[in-house]
Design a binder for this molecule. Structure first.
Ligand SMILES: *[C@@H]1O[C@H](CO)[C@@H](O)[C@H](O)[C@H]1NC(C)=O
Ligand SMILES: *[C@@H]1O[C@H](CO)[C@@H](O)[C@H](O)[C@H]1NC(C)=O
Ligand SMILES: *[C@@H]1O[C@H](CO)[C@@H](O)[C@H](O)[C@H]1NC(C)=O
Ligand SMILES: *[C@@H]1O[C@H](CO)[C@@H](O)[C@H](O)[C@H]1NC(C)=O
Length: 489
């Protein structure tokens, strides 16, 4: 029976080949789907994966690999959200939004743990879970979400934190929760963060283990109505009428400031100048990211180089923020150069306690050589007292500095003031305190003018009547009332 046996052999050979070809085609198709498509479940082709694993594939494919990192991230978000469910801030029925998600893994985690109605927005769309949208302009109606989340320190990175916050406050439903992860952990920055959300109440803040380091998780709840100051449990300062008081967390920062120089320096031109090395600047102690604006006000600015250019722009720690700069300088000699400087607003007046015309001593006489680093001297004289002053007098406009400050900045801004006003500090400071404008200032540098010892001769300067003790009292009383003030030279 040779031929039939041969025939059977041939037949089974053919069968085996056909079958193996079929298997090969099948495997090739499988490999194609796995490696290049990943998300074929939506495409009407056949589907190898359960819907949740296809979500994983989708997001990791979109971000070009790093599956290990993505799954760590996803597990991290899963555990974060499960804790929030356990605490009652999130539920399977919450309509949820992840704001400016970098990877989409937070949205994937929400879906995986059963929060079906969840979505992400990002400038870079990752369909279908993450649609196009920005934190500062959310593409949603008012009162849309029960839960909003900002991970990846998104609020820290936002160039417009106030706009970010107002959009959250707008699109969250009353009673809805906002959870934010931030790298800033000091109390000052927590309070500035809370101040951005004028319709939300702090529920809790705690540190949790992040992927690389510990991070702060803050939970806020949107109130039914907009809250006033003080109702939010974090008011920067309580302002009743004109009185203001600096809250405890700000006062505590003063304990970290450099000590005041208690002994009157015998060589003030050296001692006070050296003191700049000891200064503990506020932005070296706290994070200022959550402040609405960053503002520097130079009262008695003199020339651009005298302190804005030489010190503020070069040495003051700014945490990469762009400060708005106001230069207040009444002396016309300095005005021209400010016209060419960008991002500086010149106020060509004298900071004073009310709006009125003043006489201003211009001692630019070459003989006197008051050219310490380009600073001329100028002394304000109110109109009445000008008669007994002999010298070169200029009529200038004085303005109510405290009033201007209250109209120009708010407690949501980070405000730094340098004041070098040739003795007028003894009028301006009490006025700032009296009006409550002092509480708007986060950090202050004052040159206090007194009858100091001079370099030229063993005599005190006769230019100023105040004593070093009076200056020291000015500084101590400011620090006692919670103002972070430094001695300037
Ligand atoms: C949405 O809310 C904002 C302020 O949160 C308000 O100005 C605006 O009028 C509201 N829009 C609608 C349609 O109610
Ligand atoms: C915050 O508010 C709660 C209740 O409204 C109150 O019990 C608590 O003392 C407040 N805390 C501060 C620091 O004001
Ligand atoms: C500040 O900005 C520069 C350049 O824009 C960047 O290289 C640097 O990392 C930033 N520093 C901080 C602390 O953000
Ligand atoms: C001072 O002048 C400014 C600007 O003209 C004005 O806004 C302000 O109300 C005035 N202040 C007083 C106390 O008159």
């Amino acid at each position: 029976m040779e031929p039939p046996a041969g025939k059977t052999n041939l037949l089974s050979n053919i069968l085996v080949r056909v079958l193996s070809f079929g298997v090969l085609v099948f495997l090739a198709r499988f490999a194609y789907v796995v490696t290049t498509r990943g998300n074929s479940c939506d495409s009407g082709d056949f589907c190898f994966f359960s819907s949740s694993s296809s979500l994983r594939l989708r997001t990791s494919t979109v971000h070009g690999g790093g599956r290990g990192g993505d799954s760590r991230l996803r597990n991290f978000y899963s555990s974060v959200f499960q804790d929030l469910i356990a605490e009652g801030y999130l539920s399977p029925h919450s309509k949820s939004l992840c704001i400016e998600t970098l990877t989409g893994q937070d949205v994937v985690a929400l879906k995986e743990i059963g929060i079906a109605d969840s979505l992400g927005i990002s400038p870079k769309t990752l369909p279908p879970l993450v649609i196009s949208g920005r934190a500062i302009r959310q593409p949603f109606d008012n009162n849309t979400f029960d839960f909003e989340f900002s991970g990846d320190a998104g609020l820290d990175r936002s160039p417009q934190p106030a706009q970010f916050a107002s959009e959250v406050s707008r699109t969250l439903k009353p009673g809805g929760f906002f959870v934010v992860h931030t790298a800033s952990k000091d109390v000052y920055s927590l309070n500035s963060l809370l101040d951005l959300f004028n319709s939300c109440r702090l529920i809790r803040s705690r540190d949790i283990d992040g992927l690389d380091s510990s991070i702060r998780e803050v939970v806020l709840m949107k109130e039914k109505q907009i809250l006033g100051h003080g109702e939010r449990n974090q008011s920067l300062y309580r302002n009743s009428g004109n009185k203001c008081s600096v809250p405890g967390y700000k006062r505590e920062l003063i304990q970290n400031a450099e000590p005041l120089i208690l002994e009157e320096p015998l060589k003030p031109w050296i001692t006070l100048k050296r003191n700049i090395k000891n200064i503990r600047y506020l932005p070296s102690m706290v994070d200022i990211s959550f402040k609405h604006r960053q503002v520097y006000i130079d009262v008695g600015a003199r020339s651009y180089g005298s302190s804005i250019g030489s010190w503020f722009r070069k040495q003051y720690p700014k945490q990469n923020k762009t400060f708005e700069i106001y230069a207040i300088e009444a002396d016309k000699a300095f005005h021209e150069e400010f016209r060419t400087k960008k991002r500086i607003t010149l106020l060509p007046y004298a900071a004073w306690v009310r709006n009125e015309t003043l006489f201003f001593e211009i001692s630019r006489e070459p003989s006197k050589k008051h050219e310490e680093k380009g600073r001329g001297m100028g002394r304000i004289q109110a109109v009445q007292s000008s008669s007994n002053f002999v010298g070169d007098l200029d009529k200038i406009q004085g303005f109510d500095f405290a009033n201007w400050l209250k109209n120009t900045v708010s407690d949501r801004d980070f405000v730094v003031v340098k004041m070098d006003v040739e003795g007028t500090e003894f009028h301006l400071i009490p006025r700032l305190v009296e009006t409550g404008a002092i509480c708007l200032i986060d950090e202050m540098f004052i040159e206090c003018h007194y009858n100091r010892w001079q370099r030229c001769c063993p005599e005190r300067s006769s230019k100023y009547q105040k004593t070093y003790t009076q200056c020291l009292n000015l500084f101590s009383s400011l620090r006692d009332s919670g103002v972070l003030v430094h001695q300037w030279w």
